[in-house]
Design a protein around this ligand. Structure first.
Ligand SMILES: [Fe+2]
Ligand SMILES: [Fe+2]
Length: 363
């Protein structure tokens, strides 16, 4: 099913959804094959757009994404368990081979190359209150690798970024405390990894040491300033803040991805590297993947995939403008020229809608 502006509707097109008048009455039922008289009536009633049956390409794309989401969800679960095992051993100073960590990183790079949007949506949405540190490690790694990929890093450089991201809070695992404010954790982690991980690259250990340093010197443990902080540590710093702000911890509810993005953007001047933040925006979209939104037309849906324009992503519409749930998701690419009449008018509070992304997608 696809969404078509009235001036593009042709006689013979079949309605995939009823046409409602503003009073809420049905003008034409679903399934009606439109005649040119019908189209004239739609014009008279000032109907702007209708949902028409067909458009296999988008249906296929959605189907593929649904499948990948299932596959990547399982992969995410597995990666968290695998990483828990490695991180726990390492945090007790049990020797771990470099390849054991490299494997997780390489798998994630490969999955990102298959479908970055779906994998990042999982990082942004599939959080757990328990096991916070392990889920946080995996999500931070995924986001950091996507940023590094956008910045054109080589595979070897990406491997360092990914390893550093996966291990960045190993100090907290050792301290058995999820509190990122514990100022000693970067140094604790640095020492553990330096002493216990064989053949570790200095970029990896420096990411662990510097991931809380900020451009204006307000970070810890050393209060380093712009120019003194390793770029890779800035990448992991931004990725981990994004994940942290969107994770449920303790009794707290998760913050929305949009709020996290706003927080990072508003602190970029003082704290973060603007190139890294731009990359985050490009890969996660200004309205991050999965965000529940309302279009200017009143339709409600989710940000589903990135486009070259971070303000105009692809969205999956789930409710029509009267709030009625659609039988099938309608995909709209806001970056396409024709769709410029449409824009994201509002970011909605998920909790008010009783929606569950995982169920929607597997429905
Ligand atoms: Fe940390
Ligand atoms: Fe962290």
């Amino acid at each position: 099913m696809r969404r078509v502006y009235l001036d593009e509707v042709k006689p013979g097109d079949k309605l995939a959804w009823p046409v409602y008048l503003s009073s809420g009455e049905v003008l034409f039922e679903k399934g009606r094959v439109l005649t040119s008289e019908d189209i004239d009536r739609l014009h008279e009633w000032r109907v702007v757009e209708v949902l028409i049956e067909g458009y296999d390409e988008i249906e296929k794309e959605l189907e593929r994404e649904r499948m990948l989401l299932e596959v990547f969800k399982e992969a995410h679960k597995y990666t968290v368990e695998y990483s828990r095992n490695v991180l726990e051993r390492l945090s007790r100073n049990v020797e771990v081979k470099r390849e054991e960590i490299g494997k997780v990183v390489l798998d994630t790079i490969e999955n990102l190359s298959i479908n970055k949007d779906v994998l990042l949506m999982i990082s942004a949405y599939f959080k757990r209150k328990d096991d916070y540190l392990f889920v946080h490690a995996v999500n931070t790694m995924t986001i950091a690798l996507a940023i590094g990929g956008y910045l054109g890093y080589t595979e070897e450089e990406l491997e360092h970024v990914g390893m550093g991201a996966l291990l960045h809070d190993i100090g907290l695992v050792h301290l058995a405390d999820g509190n990122e404010e514990r100022k000693e954790h970067p140094e604790v982690g640095f020492k553990i990894v330096k002493n216990t991980l064989s053949n570790v690259h200095p970029v990896v250990t420096n990411i662990i040491l510097q991931h809380h340093e900020r451009k204006d010197g307000s970070g810890f443990p050393f209060g380093l300033k712009e120019g003194e902080i390793l770029k890779e540590a800035m990448i992991v710093g931004v990725a981990e803040v994004f994940d942290r702000l969107t994770s449920p911890r303790g009794e707290g509810r998760r913050g929305s991805s949009f709020e996290a993005m706003k927080f990072i953007l508003s602190n970029t001047k003082d704290k973060f590297d603007p190139k890294v933040v731009e990359a985050l925006m490009r890969v996660m979209v200004i309205y991050p993947l999965g965000t529940l939104i309302r279009l200017n037309t009143g339709e409600i849906g989710r940000v589903a995939a990135s486009t070259p324009n971070p303000f105009r992503p692809k969205v999956n519409i789930m409710f029509d403008k009267y709030g009625r749930p659609l039988e099938k998701i309608v995909r709209i690419d806001l970056s396409e020229e024709l769709a410029y009449r449409l824009y994201i008018a509002e970011v909605l509070d998920e909790s008010a809608y009783d929606l569950d992304l995982s169920q929607e997608i597997t429905a």
